[in-house]
Design a protein. Structure first.
Length: 131
Protein backbone atom coordinates (compact mmCIF):
# COMPACT_ATOMS: atom_id res chain seq x y z
CA UNK A 1 0.00 0.00 0.00
CA UNK A 2 2.88 2.34 0.69
CA UNK A 3 3.92 1.98 -2.95
CA UNK A 4 0.48 3.15 -4.06
CA UNK A 5 0.97 6.36 -2.10
CA UNK A 6 4.51 6.68 -3.49
CA UNK A 7 6.00 6.73 -0.02
CA UNK A 8 8.16 3.68 -0.43
CA UNK A 9 9.73 1.51 -3.08
CA UNK A 10 10.14 -2.07 -1.99
CA UNK A 11 11.80 -4.97 -3.74
CA UNK A 12 11.99 -8.58 -2.69
CA UNK A 13 15.54 -9.26 -1.44
CA UNK A 14 17.56 -11.43 -3.82
CA UNK A 15 18.16 -14.09 -1.13
CA UNK A 16 14.41 -14.55 -0.64
CA UNK A 17 13.39 -14.87 -4.29
CA UNK A 18 14.00 -18.59 -4.65
CA UNK A 19 12.21 -19.37 -1.40
CA UNK A 20 9.21 -17.28 -2.37
CA UNK A 21 9.05 -19.14 -5.69
CA UNK A 22 9.15 -22.47 -3.86
CA UNK A 23 6.39 -21.32 -1.48
CA UNK A 24 4.18 -20.16 -4.35
CA UNK A 25 4.80 -23.43 -6.21
CA UNK A 26 3.93 -25.43 -3.09
CA UNK A 27 0.73 -23.48 -2.55
CA UNK A 28 -0.19 -23.87 -6.20
CA UNK A 29 0.31 -27.62 -6.03
CA UNK A 30 -1.78 -28.03 -2.88
CA UNK A 31 -4.48 -25.38 -3.14
CA UNK A 32 -4.17 -23.53 -6.46
CA UNK A 33 -3.71 -19.78 -5.69
CA UNK A 34 -0.57 -19.33 -7.78
CA UNK A 35 -2.19 -16.90 -10.22
CA UNK A 36 -3.15 -14.57 -7.39
CA UNK A 37 0.35 -14.68 -5.93
CA UNK A 38 2.36 -14.19 -9.13
CA UNK A 39 1.38 -10.51 -9.48
CA UNK A 40 2.68 -9.43 -6.07
CA UNK A 41 5.80 -11.55 -6.63
CA UNK A 42 6.57 -9.81 -9.92
CA UNK A 43 5.95 -6.40 -8.34
CA UNK A 44 8.31 -7.39 -5.53
CA UNK A 45 10.92 -8.31 -8.12
CA UNK A 46 10.72 -4.79 -9.51
CA UNK A 47 8.66 -5.39 -12.65
CA UNK A 48 6.67 -2.32 -13.67
CA UNK A 49 4.70 -1.09 -16.65
CA UNK A 50 4.66 -3.09 -19.86
CA UNK A 51 7.30 -5.55 -18.58
CA UNK A 52 5.05 -6.39 -15.61
CA UNK A 53 1.93 -6.69 -17.74
CA UNK A 54 3.59 -8.77 -20.45
CA UNK A 55 5.09 -11.14 -17.88
CA UNK A 56 1.74 -11.47 -16.08
CA UNK A 57 -0.02 -12.15 -19.38
CA UNK A 58 2.39 -14.91 -20.28
CA UNK A 59 2.23 -16.30 -16.75
CA UNK A 60 -1.59 -16.44 -16.85
CA UNK A 61 -1.63 -18.42 -20.09
CA UNK A 62 1.19 -20.72 -18.93
CA UNK A 63 -0.42 -21.34 -15.53
CA UNK A 64 -3.72 -22.19 -17.20
CA UNK A 65 -2.05 -24.46 -19.77
CA UNK A 66 0.17 -26.13 -17.18
CA UNK A 67 -2.76 -26.84 -14.90
CA UNK A 68 -4.75 -28.40 -17.75
CA UNK A 69 -1.73 -30.48 -18.78
CA UNK A 70 -1.28 -31.63 -15.18
CA UNK A 71 -4.92 -32.65 -14.98
CA UNK A 72 -4.60 -34.54 -18.27
CA UNK A 73 -1.47 -36.40 -17.17
CA UNK A 74 -3.14 -37.23 -13.85
CA UNK A 75 -6.22 -38.60 -15.60
CA UNK A 76 -8.50 -35.86 -14.29
CA UNK A 77 -9.20 -34.31 -17.69
CA UNK A 78 -11.87 -35.36 -20.12
CA UNK A 79 -12.12 -34.31 -23.76
CA UNK A 80 -15.56 -32.91 -22.99
CA UNK A 81 -13.74 -30.11 -21.13
CA UNK A 82 -11.67 -29.15 -24.17
CA UNK A 83 -14.09 -26.49 -25.52
CA UNK A 84 -14.19 -24.76 -22.12
CA UNK A 85 -10.40 -24.89 -21.80
CA UNK A 86 -9.90 -23.44 -25.27
CA UNK A 87 -12.50 -20.74 -24.61
CA UNK A 88 -10.77 -19.72 -21.37
CA UNK A 89 -7.39 -19.65 -23.13
CA UNK A 90 -8.78 -17.40 -25.86
CA UNK A 91 -10.49 -15.22 -23.24
CA UNK A 92 -7.18 -14.77 -21.39
CA UNK A 93 -5.43 -13.72 -24.57
CA UNK A 94 -8.29 -11.43 -25.65
CA UNK A 95 -8.47 -9.83 -22.21
CA UNK A 96 -4.75 -9.12 -22.32
CA UNK A 97 -5.07 -7.51 -25.76
CA UNK A 98 -8.04 -5.38 -24.66
CA UNK A 99 -6.26 -4.34 -21.48
CA UNK A 100 -3.17 -3.35 -23.45
CA UNK A 101 -5.31 -1.19 -25.76
CA UNK A 102 -7.08 0.46 -22.81
CA UNK A 103 -3.80 1.11 -21.01
CA UNK A 104 -2.85 3.65 -23.68
CA UNK A 105 -5.95 5.69 -22.80
CA UNK A 106 -5.11 6.28 -19.13
CA UNK A 107 -2.42 8.37 -17.51
CA UNK A 108 0.87 6.71 -16.54
CA UNK A 109 0.22 7.63 -12.88
CA UNK A 110 -3.16 5.87 -12.90
CA UNK A 111 -1.66 2.88 -14.71
CA UNK A 112 1.06 2.57 -12.05
CA UNK A 113 -1.53 2.70 -9.27
CA UNK A 114 -3.70 0.09 -10.98
CA UNK A 115 -0.68 -2.23 -11.26
CA UNK A 116 -0.39 -2.15 -7.47
CA UNK A 117 -4.06 -2.09 -6.52
CA UNK A 118 -5.27 -4.83 -8.89
CA UNK A 119 -3.30 -7.68 -7.23
CA UNK A 120 -4.44 -6.48 -3.81
CA UNK A 121 -8.05 -6.43 -4.95
CA UNK A 122 -7.75 -9.87 -6.58
CA UNK A 123 -6.17 -11.33 -3.45
CA UNK A 124 -8.87 -9.77 -1.25
CA UNK A 125 -11.61 -11.12 -3.49
CA UNK A 126 -10.05 -14.59 -3.53
CA UNK A 127 -9.84 -14.65 0.27
CA UNK A 128 -13.39 -13.31 0.62
CA UNK A 129 -14.70 -16.05 -1.66
CA UNK A 130 -12.95 -18.69 0.44
CA UNK A 131 -14.52 -17.53 3.69
Amino acid sequence: LAQVRRRAQWQLPAAARGWVGVAIGGLAATSGPAGVLVGPLLLGLGYRGRAYLATMSIAAVLLHSGRVLGYAVGGAFSLTLLPSVLLLTLALIAGNRIGDALRHRISPALAARLELVAPLAATGLAVALLL
